[in-house]
Design a protein around this ligand. Structure first.
Ligand code: CS2
Length: 489
């Protein structure tokens, strides 16, 4: 089967790209060219260009740790397919907004050049929580991280923050125009956070470099926050084969996604930007509230289903939410623990949102695995669940359901061999675990892991008791015990 490319599409004559690639100029550098970016940011940007007739917002995509996507896109002229799955799915779509794909690992200097290029106005990022290199205690840049240190020492930058800072530095030296850095990761206040990290990087450089860089950034660079939403599972071989059957071409870079997608953006751009509002994005002054709601309702429930599912042999999120008791636990976590502790932005109906989230999880065609959503738990549970736990305890109530999710994560960590635990802190977590594993030994050991649990939370007797209670049930009674306890508890 011929490979997807402009020429192959033209030769097949059956399908056209929506946005012809000729004449498309690069305007955005995107760091973290994973499946999510292709199914979300690249689609919104293509739609914005289609809606306005502009051709100035082609995307230069940069892969981070692995060069796979850059290699997949190279022989395809940057083209890839988005296959929506589930009720209301649109027909297959070939997206052409990516004009160049670079392996950041292999060509870090090219990444710096592209960020500094006068044609670039926006840098977007989807590098996942761990890609930011945040120090667990200070919340700022982790200058103990070896790669951060290498980037600071002046080696070709490998971290996203190093690439942005060095790109801005080169831009400043060349007298380039303003730049907007737009984080699209599931982190609260992701814009402010990214600004803090890039400034911390600049401040850690020798004085002669840091002064001018920080001053230029204050004048010319902004870091708006955004909330992004679309469930995008890892593409499987079966997905690629299904796309091939429909497209009649082989696309190694195809992505599958749910039909739903949302983007809420803070309107604080230093220079030009695509008209993303014409593509359905919402510009809002309440992005922090949108992000908190999404993290503590959608992502928190997602993690809960992932760890309950992993503990009970359910491979996908739709299988997990199909278990009535787990659906109930999610509903109650959202309604009783999370919703009373968050402020909802105008335009967001809390109850309706929770119902819709559960419906989206139930999408039987998506194949979003519990293993994928359960990965990197050490980076996720603090933002998604412990925020709610703390706020609920502060309000004098029991975070019963959020504690169930945390206990299920603990069980996942303790019952997964270190080599199989997909988490950047796997080695440290395993080093903290006792040899004999039960609720009584695992819960206090993991509560003592200070980059996740602060001292006050770790010492809270009510929270500890909830964790012990749920851990025992998961560990000794499994699904039957959970059903019983959730339904009658
Ligand atoms: C998921 C998210 O893998 C995960 O941790 O919770 O990627 C989730 O699918 C997206 O945030 C949905 O917008």
């Amino acid at each position: 089967m011929a490979r997807l490319s402009n020429a192959a599409l033209a030769a097949a004559g059956t399908r056209k790209v929506l946005l012809p690639r000729e004449g498309l100029r690069p305007g955005i550098v995107h760091l973290g060219l994973g499946a999510f970016a292709r199914a979300h940011t690249a689609v919104f940007t293509e739609d914005a260009m289609l809606a306005t007739g502009s051709s100035d917002w082609g995307i230069v995509g940069v892969t981070q740790r692995s060069d796979t996507v850059a290699r997949q896109l190279a022989p395809q002229d940057g083209l890839f397919t988005v296959a929506e799955r589930g009720g209301g799915a649109a027909p297959l779509r070939v997206v052409s907004s990516i004009v160049e794909a670079i392996s950041g690992k292999d060509h870090p200097e090219t990444v710096v050049d592209r960020i500094a290029a006068p044609t670039t106005h926006v840098v977007t990022l989807t590098v996942t929580e761990k890609g930011y290199r945040i120090h667990p205690q200070t919340g700022s840049l982790n200058t103990d991280d070896e790669q951060v240190q290498a980037d600071l020492a002046g080696l070709p930058p490998q971290t996203a923050i190093g690439q942005i800072a060095r790109g801005i530095q080169q831009r400043a030296r060349a007298g380039g125009g303003p730049l907007t850095v737009l984080s699209c990761d599931n982190l609260p206040g992701n814009g402010e956070l990214t600004g803090t990290l890039v400034r911390a990087f600049a401040a850690a450089l020798p004085d002669a470099e840091s002064g001018p860089l920080l001053a230029w950034m204050d004048e010319h660079v902004t870091f708006p926050s955004t909330m992004v939403d679309r469930m995008v599972p890892a593409t499987t071989g079966g997905d690629l084969d299904a796309v091939e059957r429909e497209l009649a071409l082989r696309d190694e870079a195809a992505v599958v996604a749910e039909p739903f997608m949302q983007w809420v953006i803070e309107d604080n751009f230093a220079g030009g930007r695509p008209a993303w509002e014409k593509a359905g994005a919402l510009f809002s002054t309440d992005v922090a509230a949108w992000e908190a709601a999404k993290l503590r309702l959608l992502n928190a429930s997602h993690s809960m289903l992932a760890y309950l599912g992993l503990a009970t042999g359910k491979a996908t999120i739709s299988d997990a939410v199909g278990e009535d008791a787990f659906r109930t636990a999610c509903s109650r976590m959202m309604a009783e623990d999370a919703l009373p502790t968050i402020w909802l932005p105008p335009g967001l109906d809390g109850e309706l949102y929770c119902t819709q989230v559960l419906e989206r999880f139930a999408n039987p065609e998506l194949g979003h695995t519990t293993a994928k959503v359960g990965s990197d738990g050490s980076q996720k549970i603090g933002l998604r669940l412990l925020t709610t736990v703390r706020a609920t305890l502060d309000a004098g109530r029991e975070p019963r359901w959020a504690a169930l999710a945390v206990a299920a994560w603990m069980h996942h960590v303790a019952s997964t061999p270190e080599a199989e635990l997909n988490d950047p802190l796997a080695a440290g977590l395993h080093a903290a675990l006792p040899v004999t594993r039960s609720a009584e030994t695992v819960v206090p050991a993991l509560l003592g892991f200070s980059s996740i649990f602060d001292g006050e939370l770790a010492a809270h007797p009510g929270f500890t008791n909830l964790l012990l209670h749920w851990y025992r049930i998961i560990d000794t009674q499994g699904l039957g015990g959970l059903r019983n306890e959730i339904n009658h508890g």
